[in-house]
Design a protein around this ligand. Structure first.
Ligand code: 13P
Length: 253
């Protein structure tokens, strides 16, 4: 792994204040594992409380609206999550693309708003099983990403992270091979170089997500192009999430 590994927990629609003890445990242990950058994206309702608990790890949001504010019942703007303590936002997760009809154009607008508010973004992409079986995974992911990436981003290396999450690997216990992940990440890297130039692209981490667990993390993170992991189910307990962080710490520079 050429860059500082980034391990991010996506709590999805899980977590009440009772789970702040997990946040604390993850934060305290991460203070001894500085080689790894660790972050958690709890639901909106816990962002502020989680932010108050942590000293070391980053806290972020799982989504934000593209607008600045106004008559949009139930939505939360980028400025609001920033105000609550979020440093980054996950955008374009497949569960939002599928469950909330988020198109690439919507994701791109959200990305622009988040960046304008000062949030770092983790932009998700990934193909369905049918697309992979048809041999079109790379073409699909590259077109999804190129249509979702914000224009004119000057400091991509600092502000942008990509998460490659094949839909068929999310919550299923199935994963691509290390070779398949490496090949996809290299294709994504080439697109980032084209979009933002070689120098900025070097610092952009490309995370893998989909059934990452403590016992497969070392292997899944072993390709040089894998800059870390976006973790769902296994991020809900400090014990399993820290197992993944420990695996990331073991990978030679
Ligand atoms: P799982 O780790 O539960 O497969 O979820 C992955 C994911 O969707 C993270 O965003």
């Amino acid at each position: 792994m050429a860059v500082r590994p980034f391990i991010v927990g996506n709590w999805k629609m899980n977590g009440t204040r009772a789970m702040l003890s997990e946040v604390r445990a993850i934060d305290r242990a991460s203070q001894r594992l500085m080689k790894v950058e660790v972050a958690l994206a709890p639901p909106f309702t816990l962002i502020h409380a989680a932010h108050k608990e942590v000293e070391q790890i980053g806290v972020g949001a799982q989504d934000c609206h593209s607008g600045d504010g106004g008559a949009s019942t139930g939505d939360v703007s980028a400025a609001m999550v920033l105000d609550a303590g979020a440093k980054f936002v996950i955008l374009g997760h497949s569960e939002r693309r599928q469950g909330h009809d988020e198109t690439n154009a919507v994701v791109r607008t959200k990305a622009a708003s988040a960046l304008a508010a000062g949030l770092r973004i983790i932009l998700c992409c990934g193909e369905s099983e049918a697309v992979r079986d048809a041999g079109k995974a790379e073409a699909f992911v590259l077109s999804q990403l190129s249509e979702s990436l914000p224009d004119g981003l000057q400091n991509a290396s600092e502000m942008l992270t990509i998460a490659y999450e094949p839909i068929w690997a999310i919550g299923t216990g199935r994963t691509p091979t290390v070779e398949e992940i490496g090949a996809m990440h290299r294709a994504i890297r080439a697109l980032i170089v084209d979009s933002y130039g070689e120098e900025q692209a070097q610092g952009v981490r490309i995370l893998y997500g989909g059934s990452v667990k403590p016992d497969n993390a070392l292997e899944l993170l072993s390709d040089d192009e894998v800059g870390g992991a976006l973790v769902g189910g296994a991020s809900l307990s400090a014990e399993s999430f820290l197992g993944i962080v420990l695996a990331a710490a073991e990978i030679p520079d």
